[in-house]
Structures are given as structure tokens and as C-alpha cells.
Design a protein around this ligand. Structure first.
Ligand SMILES: C[S@@+](CC[C@H](N)C(=O)[O-])C[C@H]1O[C@@H](n2cnc3c(N)ncnc32)[C@H](O)[C@@H]1O
Length: 326
């Protein structure tokens, strides 16, 4: 990474302004209120917001290219119409609300750095149904394409019993079950999230082959006889000792020859690249007690200590450990 000049540093310091404008528009559901075109006054009336303030916000949104202003009216752009206005072909506001909540958490970073851990309750423990819904919607949104691709590359066709630990919406189990009609999956997650997963599983008509189990992945036993256990976006929530303990319990739950597949951001040994993985470590500092992002070497050492015989880097964000066949 090239060192930044002072003007570049200043631009980065101010970058939150554009971010905040967009997040407030998402929070207010302003793009839905704009619909097929509206004045600021009409939008303020429909949102119950202040007319002058709404116009100020909408002018700024138009200034950054998130609305189009013409003849005193505001219009959605192709992107806001498709993703951020209700009825859009790929309406993503529920998922984007997760970023709205993140903005507040990120404001606690200075305090987190002083204390060494999250100072707000992690989202999964906050027992706030709206935050949980948006968190899982964001995970589901991110994984939709990735899940089908993973099912193809990870060899779903050879799997009969799969355990999806911290499976969230069940998006990966659904993709694996679709890729192999013989595959049965179990989504393991916290109780409130299991209810969301069941909705998605039913919507896909897969309730006959995907079951759910409520539990705590930081301490519960997982059972036995699985040929694949998936940990997708789980390890970054946990500290090194917790990951080692989790891998040990996964090892016990796998059948001989079974595989633990870890999908996560993986840092280079310098821990500053890829940059998104280094930034995500900050997100985990803010959002969890001891989570972070880890290197391939970290994963390999925990996997070997947990008993896995063959450890393989399978992709930019994929590592697997295989339990020796008897
Ligand atoms: C980042 S999401 C990943 C979801 C899914 N695996 C994916 O990749 O889309 C982390 C998941 O772990 C679950 N989780 C967090 N703490 C947990 C715990 N102690 N026990 C069980 N599940 C937990 C969350 O509810 C959430 O569904």
C-alpha cells in the first residue's frame, strides 16, 4: 500500500459523511418514498420527517449520485430503484440495515481499542429481533451466489450428512442440498436465528432434507457421523482458544474420512493484506469479545492440534482439514 498524502488522509477522514447520508436514507426508507419521482416535500410528508431537513438530505444524495434531481423533483437512480426501493428487482434494504447498525458500533472503536474488546453487546447476544433479522439478511445476501459456487467446488456430490455450524439463514445448506439430492443437512445456530433459517428452508421446500438444531457453538457437542462440517464466517467471531475448542468438537463429530471446511477471510502472514481482511479484524474487535481475522498458519496449527491429518488451502477464503479414515 502506497503511503497516503495529507489531502488523501483528510478525504478518508471525511468519508463517513457520504456513508452517513446514504445510511440515513436507507434507515428512513427514503428511496421507497421517492418511488417513481417526488418532491422533497412529498417525501417528507410520506416519511413524517422535517421538510427542510429532508430537502437538505436529498440534495446531498443527488450531489453524490444516489438520486437524480430534475425540474424540482427527485428520482431514483437505476441502482437505488433496483436495490433500495421496495418492489425493486433485488430489494436489499433489510440486509443494508445491518450496515446502519454497524455505523453506531464503529463509533465505539476508540473505546474498544482502549479496552481491548467490544464495549457493546455483540449482535447475536443483543436479543434485538430487528438487529438479528438484518444481520442474518446481510449474511444471506452476501452468500447467495457464493453458496452455489461453494457447493460446486467443495464436492457436495460426495456428501451424505452435513452439519452447518452457525448456519445463519441456512443459505449454504440449501445450496448443498440443491447440488446433491442425496444430501441431508443440519443447520445449527442460536434459537432466534434457527427460526429465520426454518423460514428459508420451507420457502425452498427442503424441510424434508434440512433440519435445524438450536444450540451454542462455543460449548455444545455436535453429535457424530457427519462427512462434512461447514464453518462459514464463524471463526472470525472467536478467539484462538475458542477456535481450537470448536475444531476439537468438530473433529469428534466427523466420521472417519470426514472433512471440516472453513470459509472465512484469510490474512497473509503480514496481517495487513488483503486489506478487506485486515479491516474486518477491526469489525470483529468492535462486534465480538475476542474475534479477529486469522492467517492460514493460524488455521493450520489449530486444525493439526485438534487432530486433523490433512490440512489444505482450497481457495482464497477456504481451508479444510480431513479426519484420517480408519
Ligand atoms: C457471520 S454469521 C455466518 C452465517 C452463515 N454461516 C453464513 O456464512 O452466511 C455467524 C452465525 O453464527 C451464529 N452464532 C453466533 N454465535 C453463536 C453461538 N454461540 N452459537 C451458535 N451460533 C452462533 C450467528 O447467529 C450467525 O448465524
Amino acid at each position: 500500500m502506497q503511503p497516503l498524502s495529507f489531502p488523501e488522509l483528510q478525504a478518508k477522514m471525511r468519508a463517513f459523511q457520504e456513508s452517513r447520508i446514504l445510511l440515513t436514507a436507507v434507515e428512513l426508507d427514503l428511496f421507497t418514498a421517492v418511488g417513481s419521482g417526488a418532491t422533497a416535500e412529498e417525501v417528507a410528508r410520506s416519511l413524517g420527517t422535517h421538510p427542510r431537513a429532508t430537502e437538505t438530505l436529498m440534495n446531498a444524495l443527488a450531489a453524490i449520485g444516489a438520486l437524480v434531481k430534475s425540474g424540482g423533483k427527485f428520482f431514483n437512480t437505476p441502482a437505488t430503484e433496483r436495490y433500495l426501493a421496495a418492489g425493486g428487482a433485488e430489494f436489499a434494504r433489510p440486509a443494508m440495515m445491518h450496515t446502519v447498525y454497524m455505523f453506531d458500533s464503529w463509533a465505539t472503536l476508540t473505546e474498544c481499542v482502549r479496552k481491548g474488546t467490544a464495549v457493546r453487546q455483540p449482535v447475536v447476544e443483543a436479543q434485538d429481533p430487528q438487529r438479528t433479522e438484518s444481520f442474518i439478511a446481510a449474511m444471506h445476501w452476501r452468500a447467495q451466489n457464493d453458496a452455489a459456487e461453494l457447493a460446486r467446488t467443495a464436492g457436495a456430490q460426495d456428501v451424505r450428512r452435513m452439519l452447518d455450524v452457525g448456519g445463519g439463514s441456512g443459505v449454504y445448506s440449501i445450496a448443498f442440498a440443491k447440488a446433491n439430492p442425496e444430501l441431508r443437512a443440519e443447520v445449527f445456530d442460536l434459537e432466534p436465528v434457527i427460526r429465520i433459517a426454518e423460514r428459508h428452508i420451507r420457502a425452498e421446500g427442503l424441510q424434508g432434507r434440512i433440519v435445524t438444531r438450536a444450540g451454542d457453538l462455543t460449548r455444545d457437542k455436535f453429535g457424530s457421523g457427519y462427512d462434512l462440517i461447514l464453518l462459514s464466517a464463524i471463526c472470525h467471531m472467536l478467539g484462538p482458544e475458542e477456535n481450537l475448542g470448536l475444531f476439537r468438537r468438530c473433529f469428534r463429530a466427523l466420521a472417519p474420512g470426514g472433512r471440516l471446511l472453513i470459509r472465512d477471510f484469510i490474512l497473509e502472514p503480514d496481517r495487513i493484506s488483503p486489506p478487506h481482511a485486515a479491516l474486518f479484524a477491526v469489525n470483529m474487535l468492535i462486534g465480538t469479545r475476542s474475534g479477529s481475522t486469522y492467517t492460514e498458519e493460524d488455521y493450520a496449527s489449530w486444525l493439526k492440534e485438534a487432530g486433523f491429518a490433512a490440512v489444505r488451502r482450497e481457495g482464497a477464503e477456504l481451508i479444510s482439514g480431513t479426519k484420517a479414515a480408519r
